[in-house]
Design a protein around this ligand. Structure first.
Ligand code: GDP
Length: 337
């Protein structure tokens, strides 16, 4: 049975105990349903989801959270499949793969949607693959992913991989929920051609050049040196970690153990200097403020009086009758009342 995209049946409502027991009993179908619940925008689903997260929270936090990004076609899915398989078979890990895809909020397409690219992980009892929800705002998708991490950890997954398309804003969101951030690149094209923004490179804890099986070895070496130089130009990381550059072939799996070695080194180093925990605490603070910000905004914009007034005031602003600043003040004053 497919474990992804399991919709809640119409009118089917379970209580929080059903989901919590399912997660504790390691029932993948119930985990999948619980994530569907997190993604739901219905108020009654949100209420159960909130309660479920509170229940799962004490059992969460024990995984290594890895973000992977790179432009479409660089080989993210193939890499995650090979990397996950290696971790399961060699390191006896339990892997959950979650995806954030900003484009899916518009196009309804979704990364990881094509499960054939992750044959092993989609059928392994030690893995769970969940595509990006195909509706909602980026903020909403990111929130659901962040909450899914908690459920997956409570379930017992010890390695969480978050996949995102390396072209936009979603990387900041991913970076705010992972311990380690990995950027996949190709040797052939320049960074600009690969559509990778400086800011994304700056976030990377490792750059991995993929597809070495079809690339000239000298070009791979040159590219590696290029990225080492590029990373040196960024300010030093607060946690003392110097981002590494590695190469691999996701298809023939060469270089995959070396990538894992880098991640374990990172974990060891940041554990020892306290930065691992510090980053998680900063991320928790970030999510607190993010959640407050989005909730306050939603309350404001969903207020019936504001909705009506906004329509009128917007027109006045567009027509040049009122300044945007004055208009905002009027609206906020109304809201405060
Ligand atoms: P994504 O869009 O970044 O998830 O990329 P995919 O994993 O779907 O890979 C895009 C294409 O590149 C597919 O045809 C893969 O088979 C191919 N590919 C991925 N990794 C490698 C690799 O290491 N070597 C070669 N030769 N092809 C690869």
């Amino acid at each position: 049975m497919s474990l992804i995209n399991l919709p809640l049946k119409k009118n089917q409502q379970f209580d929080v105990k059903y989901y919590f027991d399912g997660i504790q009993n390691k029932d993948l179908t119930i985990l999948s349903k619980a994530i569907t619940l997190l993604e739901s925008i219905k108020a009654e689903h949100q209420l159960i989801a909130e309660e479920l997260i509170e229940l799962c929270l004490p059992f969460s936090g024990n995984s290594l959270r890895i973000g992977t990004t790179g432009v479409p076609g660089v080989g993210k899915s193939t890499f995650i499949e090979a990397f996950g398989k290696f971790l399961i078979e060699t390191e006896h890990k339990k892997i959950a793969v979650l995806a954030i895809d900003p484009s899916s909020t518009k196009s309804k397409g979704s990364i990881l949607g094509d499960k054939t690219r992750m044959n092993f992980l989609s059928t392994s009892p030690n893995a769970f693959v969940r595509p990006s929800p195909s509706a909602g705002t980026l903020g909403g998708v990111a929130k659901a992913t962040r909450e899914s991490i908690i459920l997956c950890e409570a379930f017992g997954f010890d390695t969480i991989i978050i996949e995102t398309v390396g072209v936009g804003q979603s990387e900041t969101e991913v970076n705010s929920m992972v311990d380690f951030f990995l950027l996949l690149m190709l040797a052939g094209a320049g960074d600009e051609l690969q559509g990778i923004k400086r800011g994304i490179m700056e976030m990377a804890d490792a750059i991995v050049i993929n597809k070495t099986d079809i690339e000239n070895a000298n070009r791979v070496k040159l590219a590696q040196q290029h990225y080492i130089n590029a990373l040196h130009l960024f300010p030093a990381n607060e946690n003392g970690w110097i981002p590494k550059v590695e190469s691999c072939s996701a298809i023939n799996t060469s270089g995959i153990p070396a990538v894992w070695k880098i991640i374990t080194q990172y974990k060891e180093q940041t554990y020892n200097n306290g930065c691992f925990d510090k980053k998680r605490k900063q991320q928790a603070k970030y999510w607190l403020s993010e959640t407050i910000n989005s909730s306050v905004l939603a309350m404001f914009y969903n207020n019936p009086t504001i909705k009506l007034l906004l329509q009128k005031i917007e027109k006045d602003v567009v027509d040049g009758k009122t300044s945007p600043f004055k208009a905002a003040k009027i609206l906020l004053d109304h809201y405060k009342k």
